[in-house]
Ligand binder design. Sequence first.
Ligand SMILES: *Cc1c(COP(=O)(O)O)cnc(C)c1O
Length: 404
Amino acid sequence: MSNARKRSGGMGFPAWPQYGKEEVSALLEVLRSRHWGRITGKKVEEFEKSFAKAHNAKYALACANGTAALEIALRALGIGPGDEVIVPAYTFIATATAVLQVGAIPVFVDIEDATYNIDARCVEAAITSRTKAVIPVHFAGLSADMDALRKIARKYGLKLVEDCAQAHGAKWRRRRAGAIGDCGTFSFQETKNISAGEGGAIITDSKQLADLCFSYHHIGRKRGRPFYEHHYLAWNYRMTEFQAAILLAQLRRLNTQTARRERMAKYLSELLSEIDGLRAPAPADARAKERAWHLYIMRYSAKGFGGMTRDDFVERLKAKNIPAMAGYPVPLYRHPLFAKNLARECRAQIAMHKGRVNYSKLRLPVSERVCKESVWLPQYVLLGSKRDMERIATAVRKIQRSVR
Ligand SMILES: *Cc1c(COP(=O)(O)O)cnc(C)c1O
């Protein structure tokens, strides 16, 4: 009944998301129980316990999505107007907009060329008296340098919020991503390595922080207090029982899927090492373990392909049924929101940081470069077979031969 081997076409890669009879029966169980939300149901809490345990964290809070998880975490940590939060410039926009949503200002810094993760030296250089937190993103599933980041956080008294939307189950040394900083946030949006269509979570070892996160996702209610007693200004960011039911089953598939992605990524990198003009992802630092492989990111050089642009190369791969993507087109600060519309969209923040906020001239070299040179493959490609990896390498060679 599992559709793990179902393909999107005769030549397609494994279908994503995957499900089996576990998801089907769990969904029906919730439907028939008539407990569809966390207020009367049990599945969300059950998922929170399992998710916390899987990450060796004391507490987990499930919520509506990964963007909400970041916002809740920042609110619970007391980040707000007047504060600056350091974020990488090459990430999904939520990492930065969550900061704006709580009234603070994101400060963009560059990433490391090899890892795509926030560069700790750039973090330290960007610290001011207003800096309150850093949000490292474990990009594409590879853990950021948590030794360096924790050292900086301790030295300057900063909070560390790990954005683990792409790093379910990843590790730094012996600890799971998300359970190393003050807290970690996750996404279960449909492309992520565990999915319920939409969904999010926050993990932490702090009881106080976990309780505040609960309040900030639950209209300001407090655990153990009357239902119609509201303490904080907060949205409804609750997860449904249906999502939790699916996620409980998805979580049980995670380790096997991660191991397969690792095997296939290794094999694909071997195959690509014989092709010039396309570089495989750099091997992980020995301290970054259980790489979660949300994306397999190759580095394209037009020189190896007779001057063909990266975007044309991606189109040619897609025409050969390889689901390649160009990824983020620009670093975050180049989006109209930051480059043009910030004064209108975020009047309060701009007023508080008068003269200090101007993203229009920012240029971070590594972030700029990787936007132009990266070619992404989505995680489900790595759930395919060795034969599938060979098909990718063959498609690349064919494109290369056609232009040489
Ligand atoms: C997907 C993603 C998010 C946002 O998660 P949603 O569930 O889509 O809101 C945040 N940060 C990163 C790095 C992501 O990849």
